[in-house]
Design a protein around this ligand. Structure first.
Ligand SMILES: Nc1ncnc2c1ncn2[C@@H]1O[C@H](COP(=O)(O)OP(=O)(O)O)[C@@H](O)[C@H]1O
Ligand SMILES: [Mg+2]
Length: 358
């Protein structure tokens, strides 16, 4: 599966750009501020409905324009070409697949499993637990259709329970909401756990040891104390014991919404012991492993690759990328000196938001 004809309109510095992308490797180079990240933001919006740099769409829409547009033809060996597109203004979103309006972004995400690696991706290692939950949830979303439904329901119940904990007039609703929330803890944790096992298997089988000198140890924490069983009855009595405290704090303090993945390198937590370079490389490899685990047919985009890793790993990665058998899009500030042996790549140059093919 690959993006074959990407059109971007009114996305930051890009007024209009069309790229006939290669199904293999694509290099996009241009000086700082030329519009490379903007192009990847347009791809990100197509896949997940938001930029990887900001959740505020107003920042991404080109100054003085109403809406941005990102469309592409999605080609695959397994289905006929699909034309997909998203138009976003500050007040509305229009999503289309083959000229049909689509209501939910997740339908478009399913068609476009794109992993974008960018200069802040190393926060997967060094940042807060939210990034790691999103990372594993993204995997579970693709692997287990039921997970998405349960996760959305959990978010709704959590909001309602938090509102009830804050307001004595709503205390009557807590018992029911607690019960419903407890029922979802185990399935959500189990799907995440299964997704993590699949990721670990990919790391072992598909990420060569010359790239990952120290294999990370990944452990999923539930978001609840270790000694609490995840069956509904045990959880309900645990929550009931904590209820007084939760009312004071006005929110649900524990549960799978607080879950985390502990990432260790050589038995030490990477969050505190990995160097910046190690974190960047590890995050890059975890995102690649994530994409491989999701599908044989994914797309990987790497923003400013040369800034992510040192020269020797850069060369190793470029040699490794063709074996991924998927579309890869790489941006850099300079025309890449190291190119893959496989000649099936395309080269684009961006300058002041204008894209030319070389
Ligand atoms: N909403 C916007 N409208 C128009 N231009 C913008 C907007 N937001 C940022 N820019 C400009 O876009 C450029 C950023 O492009 P970017 O894609 O980040 O460049 P690169 O990744 O090539 O360094 C900057 O010159 C910035 O001033
Ligand atoms: Mg950039």
């Amino acid at each position: 599966m690959w993006l074959s004809n990407l059109t971007v309109r009114n996305c930051r510095i890009i007024k209009e750009a069309t790229l006939s992308l290669s199904p293999d490797i694509n290099f996009i180079y241009g000086s700082n501020g030329s519009g490379k990240s903007s192009l990847l933001e347009a791809i990100s919006i197509l896949s997940i409905g938001r930029s990887f740099r900001t959740s505020r769409i107003a920042e991404v829409i080109r100054y003085e324009e109403e809406a941005l547009l990102s469309t592409s033809i999605v080609s695959s060996e397994h289905f006929d070409n699909k034309r997909v597109g998203i138009e976003k203004s500050t007040s509305k979103t229009l999503i289309r697949v083959n000229k049909q309006n689509i209501q939910s972004q997740s339908e478009l995400s399913k068609i476009l499993p794109i992993s974008i690696i960018h200069p802040l991706s190393h926060e997967l290692i060094t940042g807060g637990s939210l990034k790691r939950r999103r990372f594993i949830d993204w995997l579970a979303f693709y692997k287990y259709p039921e997970f998405h439904h349960q996760w959305k329901l959990y978010q709704t119940l959590l909001k309602q329970r938090n509102a009830a904990l804050k307001d004595p007039k709503l205390y009557y609703a807590i018992e029911h909401l607690t019960y419903e929330l407890c029922k979802l803890q185990k399935p959500i944790h189990t799907y995440r756990q299964q997704a993590l096992e699949k990721l670990k298997q990919t790391i072992e089988e598909s990420i060569p040891s010359f790239l990952i000198e120290q294999s990370p140890q990944l452990t999923l924490k539930t978001g609840l104390p270790n000694d609490i069983g995840l069956d509904t009855d045990s959880l309900v009595s645990y929550y009931n014991n904590k209820l007084g405290y939760e009312k004071i704090r006005g929110r649900t303090l524990q549960g799978v919404h607080c879950s985390d993945i502990v990432i260790n390198l050589n038995g030490m937590p990477a969050v505190s012991s990995a160097s910046r370079g190690q974190s960047k490389l590890l995050s890059l490899l975890l995102h690649i492993a994530q994409n491989i685990t999701i599908t044989q047919q994914g797309i990987i985009a790497i923003d400013d690759l040369a800034a992510e890793i040192d020269a020797s790993n850069y060369k190793k990665l470029i040699d490794f990328i063709p074996s991924l058998n998927r579309q890869v899009i790489i941006t850099s500030t300079h025309k890449p000196a190291v190119l893959p042996n496989n000649p099936a790549y395309s080269m684009f140059h961006v300058e002041h938001g204008e894209v030319t093919v070389e």
